[in-house]
Design a binder for this molecule. Structure first.
Ligand code: HPA
Length: 241
């Protein structure tokens, strides 16, 4: 069987325990190794990759995005659901809600965003996140009666630090809704690889300066942990549709 669907698990999503007959595989790529677990769900082979490693040891700016996406392409993956914990800049997008983002603003600084090392490729970015997968997610969320937003602009920062309130005000003025540290270059590389890619952003907090309290990684992990069951149900329903 070929693996057509993959889940990239972000913060708080480290195991594929919805899958059965899981085996681990090390994928060799020109960009180094990538690790994936492959299992079955309702008769379909599904790959699972923990973006930060299963012990959350890899920070966002050091994730080997190229190896991960190249590895998934080598497996034959056509569709990727990526999960992401995000801060919100938009008071309509509240903690524990899901957002199926449709645009990004890139504020990363030191990440390679292409597989192409010779020649020139200018990739169209009109729809960076796959419209078909986004509408599948919207249907799944509707059926499951989960609070969600069908579009949103994800601001990707370099991290690993959180933002200053001044940065958050600037991002909001520029049209950002959410802030996180991983969607770029993951979505860009997936597009270059011809993979249909969608992000399921889960709001874990209001961003710095909007939240009345100081932000900590623990807070993000705790809110994610409270809602990871819903996230799982959402992804599984979307895979079925
Ligand atoms: N900023 C950046 N990344 C995040 C945040 C945030 O507020 N929350 C979860 N990931």
């Amino acid at each position: 069987m070929t693996v057509r669907i993959a889940i990239i698990g972000g913060t708080g999503v480290y195991d594929p325990n919805i899958l059965s007959d899981v085996h681990q595989k090390r994928l060799e790529t020109p960009f180094g190794p990538a690790w994936v677990k492959i299992g079955t769900y309702r008769g379909r082979e599904v790959a699972f990759m923990a973006r930060h490693g299963e012990d959350h040891s890899v920070p966002p700016h050091l994730v080997n995005y190229r190896a991960n996406i190249w590895g998934l392409r080598q497996l034959g993956v056509k569709n990727v659901f990526a999960t992401a914990a995000v801060g919100s800049l938009n008071t309509e997008m509240k903690p524990k809600q899901f957002v199926f983002v449709d645009q990004f603003l890139d504020f990363t600084r030191s990440r390679v965003q292409t597989f192409v090392e010779k020649g020139v490729v200018h990739l169209d970015m009109t729809d960076p996140y796959c419209p078909e997968l986004r509408s599948t997610l919207a249907r799944a969320a509707q059926e499951l009666e989960m609070e969600h937003h069908v579009r949103g602009t994800y601001v990707c920062t370099e991290g690993p630090r959180f933002e200053t309130p001044a940065e958050i005000r600037m991002f909001r003025q520029l049209g950002g809704d959410l802030v996180g540290m991983t969607s770029v270059p993951e979505v860009v590389l997936a597009r270059e690889a011809g993979i249909c890619y969608a992000t399921i952003a889960m709001v874990t907090n209001f961003a710095a300066g909007i939240s009345p309290t100081r932000l900590s990684h623990q807070e993000v992990v705790d809110v994610m942990a409270e809602n990871v069951g819903n996230l799982r149900r959402l992804v599984m329903r979307a895979i079925e549709l």
